[in-house]
Design a protein around this ligand. Structure first.
Ligand code: ZN
Length: 248
């Protein structure tokens, strides 16, 4: 079909949805479940620069919350009074995250742990340069074995929660155990607009995820995004949110 692809144990090719060969390719890979596709969107610098708010998404999941065997970290790190094991919602952090060792940062300076999709960890100097000026605090991270505080990483302290508006037809599930709603992850589109807020970085009120995983979308303001870009924040990507017309 003349579509370039990356060969290997898994063959990967990138194709636009409006490419005339896409429907043919889709038929070819899907009938016997021999292939799968992931929809994502690429945004132009202009679109990213024009958005009042942007979803921040990790490109780097490094390490696990410890102790990761048997999910013991959950009891140690979270207050589980309102936690629902069926859908994963309702956890509230009560103690610092525990790392196995200091992050091996390489060229990067912001990370997410595996399994924890609404917390960010950064180099302390990056917190000071990028996040602190916007009123975002930080929390210590400790070594699992000794409980000693690490001086190579801090957790961003995201305290604000904001409602996303105009979620429209976005598909969601209602948990039959706790009754909470959880939206399926949104991909390949602009993200919904958050309600008005003065916070520069915050989480969505709504939960996202599937199965027993539930997380809140993390959103940054245009000002914080611009600061992060100029400070060379590495390890994340951004998806612009739709704009809301200011009322009144
Ligand atoms: Zn539930």
């Amino acid at each position: 079909m003349g579509i370039p692809f990356k060969d290997g144990f898994i063959c990967v090719c990138k194709i636009a949805e409006n490419d005339i060969r896409w429907s043919q390719l889709n038929e070819l890979i899907n009938p016997n479940n021999e292939g799968t596709h992931i929809v994502y969107a690429e945004f132009t610098a202009k679109e990213l620069g024009a958005a009042n708010y942007l979803e921040i998404a990790s490109k780097w999941h490094h390490g696990y919350p410890e102790p990761s065997d048997g999910n013991e970290y959950r009891e140690l790190t979270y207050n589980l009074d309102e936690y629902c094991p069926k859908c994963g919602s309702g956890k509230r952090q009560k103690a610092p995250f525990r790392f196995k060792k200091s992050p091996v940062w390489g060229q990067k300076n912001i990370l997410q742990l595996n399994w924890i999709f609404d917390e960010y960890f950064v180099k302390p100097e990056i917190w000071k340069e990028v996040f602190e000026p916007f009123g975002i605090g930080c929390q210590p991270v400790v070594l699992d074995k000794s409980g000693r505080e690490l001086d190579t990483v801090v957790q961003l302290d995201l305290t604000e929660q904001v409602e996303l508006v105009d979620l429209g037809e976005a598909p969601f599930n209602t948990c039959d155990s706790c009754g909470r709603l959880k939206y399926l992850p949104l991909t390949g589109c602009f993200m919904p607009a958050p309600n008005f807020t003065n916070a520069a970085m915050f989480r969505s009120n709504q939960y996202f995820g599937s199965g027993a995983s539930a997380w809140r979308m993390v959103i940054v303001s245009q000002e914080l995004y611009a600061k992060a870009q100029s400070a060379n924040l590495k390890g994340v990507s951004y998806v612009p949110c739709l704009s809301r017309i200011r009322e009144g």
